[in-house]
Ligand binder design. Sequence first.
Ligand SMILES: Cc1ncc(COP(=O)(O)O)c(C=O)c1O
Length: 398
Amino acid sequence: MSSQAGIGPRGGHESGRPAAVRSWADYRREFPVFERATYLNSCSLGALGTRVRDAVSRFLDLWSAWGAAAWHGPWWEEMEALRASIARLLGASPTDVALHPSITAALSSVAGCFDYRTRSRVVVADIDFPTVAYQWLARRTRGVEVVFVHSPDGLGVPLEEFERAIDERTQLVATSHVYFQSGEVQDIGALARLAHARGAYLLVDAYQSVGQLPVDVRGADVDFLVTGGLKWLLGGPGIAYLYARRDLHPQLHPTTAGWFAHRDQFAFDVTHLEYADDARRLQGGTPSVAALYAGRAGLDYVHEIGPQRIRDRQVELTQALVAGLRDLRLRPRVRAGTQVPAGIVTVPVPHPESAVQALREERTIIDARPGVIRISPYFYNTDEDLEQALAVLRRHLG
Ligand SMILES: Cc1ncc(COP(=O)(O)O)c(C=O)c1O
């Protein structure tokens, strides 16, 4: 493992300074949404923190003051600092990370790297977020075959299902770390072992995990991992992160290419595409600079608190929520007797949209998915937030 400038100890403060331990109430005060609402929908969109707003203001100030000259210095440095920050959170090096505007864009750059003539199959779970499967369904006419492993209960997929589906025709297993409909956490280390034992690669969609629980890409030995700012990393829309294992870099020749993937992008050599040596070869075009600023400021919260401390709090909140829902005689979709799911709890109710609307009228923000409501706490939530949501639900469901 090479030590790269800017990589500090994992879980420390972004600046490298030891942070004084701040209380959950201190952090909550940095999220103005709580002045007017009870926000319980972080798995859709993390709440806006004041640090993120300030960072975007800094971007605007630089744009206003310098125009394109802001690239020569602050904007470029911000991009590299962001790469270092997400790499540190994942246990990787900055050179292992590519930046993208969405998970879809990141997935599609990976999907364009394989020769499907040798191995045509991609294994996806039928409870993964649809955009994962779409990357390879869109390549069906080029000979790619998508094999769906079935979740028997809509909560998770037993490892044996994956084991049955992966064989010598499998190019890649592409599946979630945390399932977006159930919050269930998959053992990605075990999945990597299964995939590698049959000569296949593993890509993990970690959009619903990184931030709310510790993730160590090297420890888990995953080949590719995608995540982004939108949800648990508190950076809002427009920024996604793609990790690619270092020893794979020389073999990766994505079919989606952009000048930010070129080894020497400012040579403007139009006749030769030479990919960057590192994971930047997976990038596309000019990033949304506002999203870079927002992304890094969002990550600052997660570094400062530490993902394990966040996970511990998430376990408390999720357990309290599940117990409260059961007290209302509802049936939260949680597997009995196993590990506490990540901070996503779904509950079947007769008319999910009208329940969401009833809560919204009482300034309580949750979400609906087909047949269920979805409640999603994060470290800035309190037990009172949960009680508020449960009280409205009790009145609404009568
Ligand atoms: C697990 C997961 N993957 C992917 C996505 C979609 O990502 P994008 O819209 O950036 O392609 C979502 C939801 O937003 C998600 O929950």
